[in-house]
Design a protein around this ligand. Structure first.
Ligand code: VG1
Ligand code: CO
Length: 585
């Protein structure tokens, strides 16, 4: 266990985005690339006052290519930097929400985790020619806050060397168990615990939901489901819950064996990429009904590579993530986690997420927050009690339009949580098995009937030229004042601005979080550049229109005029040379 100091030099571009550092796998595998970043994190964490010799470091990932090698490197660097105890997921597998649960729940006080490395590029494709990524989570179980990532980035620009125990043998991560490695002179030792991947997370989920009621729902003759894990890390978790806990046959699981390239597919749960599930549920990639021979399941769900995203489908019905969030919030108190704590108290959504949940929050008198894109902003609100002298916003639900939903049970979005939330709500709506099944579609339509419908879609333009995309955003920013008050088609722009967020808990300010065109009738058009693209620029265009009466239009029809206006407002054709999106969700 003798640490070596290896000379290195800064590598350009190691700037963490919305959710960690993501690059092409090949770039990550170049000499010192991973080492430089990991050392920069350790230096920032230690400078921030964390004693890494006290407590445990968690390491796991979504199983993508280069995960096993990266895990061994981080263990050896961790030891060299003073870490004494590790928890590693079996076979290196831990979903993002499971990591959060492990940090928060696992072990006695003296072993509690101080942080975690998660090896994932989430919904980005994996494999030697695709993407790799790494994120760091802190002691509260959430993504590292902005200041820590800024310090890390600064360190990557000045790094001269890193520490590693080169001669330490690789740890066998394929078997659950404890390895103790003592220094030659017996002066110190390090404990590496390979832990069952699903244990802490599934135990936590069992305390949140009414498992008996969900089991009874799943056992109904007229209820069938399918859960597509898209060959990401969610497979073992879905198996543990649906097969081991609920006693369902393995046939409810689809693509549940993790693969290091996600079987060559794009493990992103949306209508475009979850093709197989979408077809099984009787829909096309626009969410329209198609003819299917044979029965269609009552409930369909999918997860992304690292298991933090979810897509919810009913029989020939797509619940948009924004609607799903609103429905979960409206029915939260049928879930024991909320009812047992005196009811849901606060909700938050990211800025581009539709305003459907705002209407529920207002109706139910909940504290409501609108934050920038990315999960880290929700964490502060959930931790408000600790940080904010007793002001407590929990129990708390939050979500994003990008298929992310969760609560304060962990500090990450949680795909399987959202699936169980829906099943718990379905169970509560169906107390009597002899009555016809109240479906996902019934629940969403009843919701629209009460609150109106926020028609919504997002267009992604992937692989755009960075210079062009930045120039486009700059132009909209500088034109914001002039655009305010302007009439466009049948709309009037009541405000054009660049979203800025002041954190109500710690007062920190996040600037330039997306250009917004807020129309006088409540409709919105929003533009952002993605912070998770592995290469090039991804432009995101979000379109929303609220309707109180007309609840049954095809989305494309409802949003037709606004979409045309949006393309004119940004003039993407001139700046990026196209106005055809690569993905519509
Ligand atoms: C995207 C989504 C954002 C999400 C983030 C991480 O970020 O829009 O809502 O929080 O991915 O999700 P961006 O900056 O590319 O728009 V995950 O599942 O990739 O960790
Ligand atoms: Co993800």
């Amino acid at each position: 266990l003798k640490p070596s100091v290896v000379n290195s030099a800064p590598i350009a571009g190691q700037k963490p985005g919305t959710s960690g550092l993501r690059k092409k796998t090949k770039e990550f595998m170049t000499e010192n690339y991973l080492n430089n970043f990991v050392q920069s994190v350790f230096d920032a964490v230690i400078a921030g006052g964390t004693n890494v010799s006290d407590g445990t470091l968690v390491i796991g990932g979504d199983g993508r290519y280069f995960n096993p090698e990266a895990i061994q490197t981080i263990i050896k660097m961790g030891v060299a930097n003073g870490v004494k105890r590790f928890w590693i997921g079996e076979n290196g597998l831990l979903s993002t929400p499971a990591v959060s649960a492990i940090i928060r729940e696992r072990g006695p006080v003296w072993q509690k985790a101080f942080g975690a490395f998660i090896l994932t590029a989430s919904h980005n494709p994996g494999g030697p020619d695709e993407d790799f990524g790494i994120k760091y989570n802190t002691q509260n179980g959430g993504p590292a806050p902005e200041y820590l990532m800024q310090a890390t980035h600064a360190n990557t620009g000045t790094i001269k060397s890193y520490k590693i125990c080169k001669d330490m043998p690789d740890v066998d991560i394929s078997k659950v168990g404890t390895t103790e490695i003592a220094a030659d002179d017996g002066s110190s030792s390090v404990v590496v615990d390979v832990i069952p991947s699903t244990e802490s997370h599934v135990a936590l989920l069992k305390t949140i939901f009414d498992f008996d009621a969900i089991k009874a729902l799943l056992e109904r003759e007229d209820f069938t489901m399918i859960y597509d894990s898209m060959h990401g890390v969610n497979g073992p978790f879905a198996k543990s819950v649906f097969v081991d806990e609920f006693g369902q046959p393995e046939s409810v699981l689809s693509n549940h064996i993790p693969k290091d390239d996600f079987n060559g597919a794009h493990a992103d749960p949306n209508l475009t990429y979850a093709k197989e599930l979408v077809a099984t549920m009787g829909l096309d990639r626009k969410g329209n009904k198609i003819d299917v021979s044979g029965p269609i399941p009552s409930f369909g769900a999918a997860a992304d590579g690292d298991g933090d995203r979810n897509m919810i489908l009913g029989t020939q019905f797509f619940a948009t993530p924004s609607d799903s969030l609103a429905v979960i919030v409206a029915n939260a108190n049928s879930i024991p986690f909320f009812s047992s704590q005196g009811g849901l108290k606060a909700v938050a959504r990211s800025m581009p997420t539709s305003g459907a949940v705002d209407l529920v929050a207002k109706d139910l008198n909940l504290d409501f927050f609108e934050t920038p894109t990315g999960w880290k902003f929700f964490g502060n609100l959930m931790d408000s009690k600790a940080v904010f002298k007793g002001k407590d916003y929990t129990p708390f639900i939050c979500g994003e339009e990008s298929f992310g939903t969760g609560s304060d049970h962990v500090r990450e979005k949680d795909g399987i949580w959202a699936v169980l939330a829906w099943l718990n709500i379905l169970a509560a709506k169906n107390p009597d098995a002899s009555k016809p099944l109240v479906t996902v579609e019934d629940i969403v339509k009843e919701h629209w009937g009460k609150y109106g419908r926020n028609y919504y879609c997002r267009w992604d333009f992937e692989g755009m030229d960075k210079t062009g995309a930045n120039a486009m955003m700059d132009k909209m920013r500088s034109d914001a004042a002039a655009n305010t008050g302007r009439k466009v088609g049948s709309y009037t722009i009541s405000t054009a601005d660049d979203f800025k967020y002041t954190d109500p808990v710690d007062g920190s300010v996040a600037q330039k979080q997306g250009v917004r065109f807020l129309m006088s009738d409540g409709s919105r058009v929003i533009f952002r550049l993605s912070g998770t693209a592995g290469s090039g620029a991804t432009v995101r265009m979000y379109i929303e229109q609220y309707e109180q009466e007309k609840l049954d239009m095809p989305v494309a029809v409802a949003l037709e005029e606004l979409t045309k206006i949006a393309l004119e407002l940004c003039d993407i054709k001139t700046f990026c040379g196209t106005e055809t999106p690569t993905v519509i969700t």
